[in-house]
Design a protein. Structure first.
Length: 178
């Protein structure tokens, strides 16, 4: 046994060090899911509202990759929300619609049968779209009548004042946060 002492010491130490580094790396990636995909950090998104001339009117960080657009329905006068997530490619995905009046969901969205929302939801009715809707950008009518409002983490950003003095159509996109 004595003849192996000292042999392979540096090699054994190198292998041991590599194993420790690998184990630490696995623990760090496991603790931070945004690093799990190919060792790259998860991209942070922001929602950017632009005017027709592409100038930025509003930029909002999107920490949870979720947001909603709230508006007042012009025919029924009730409030409705379109709820979105942003996928890895930066597309806005409509995942749910909700409203104060279920007829809004039946008439304006191809969605599953409206159901009563969970406790604590501001809108009493909700539905899931029948087919996925993926958007690279979303033109928005921003008028005082519809009172379209961007909702991010329970914070409201009224959009109609951004269109005052200009065209009422704004453009919403998910962009990489700087």
């Amino acid at each position: 046994m004595d003849r192996w002492r000292g042999r392979g010491g540096p090699a054994t130490a190198a292998i041991f060090a590599a194993a420790v580094i690998l184990a630490v790396g696995v623990v760090v990636v496991g603790a931070r899911p945004e690093l799990a995909a190919l060792g790259e950090p998860r991209r942070a998104w922001q929602l950017v509202v632009r005017a027709n001339d592409e100038s930025v009117l509003l930029s909002v960080a999107l920490p949870e990759d979720r947001f909603a657009l709230r508006y007042r329905n012009s025919i029924y006068g009730s409030v409705a929300e379109e709820r979105f997530t942003v996928n890895a490619q930066g597309q806005m995905v409509l995942v749910e619609v909700a409203a104060d009046d279920p007829v809004v969901l039946d008439e304006y969205y191809r969605a599953s049968r409206p159901t009563v929302t969970v406790e604590g939801d501001a809108r009493p009715w909700r539905a899931v779209p029948d087919a996925p809707l993926l958007l690279d950008q979303l033109p928005l009518a921003a008028t005082p009548h519809g009172r379209r409002t961007l909702i991010v983490e329970d914070e409201a950003f009224p959009l109609w004042p951004l269109a005052e003095g200009g065209a009422p159509t704004l453009l919403l996109r998910a962009e990489h946060a700087l």
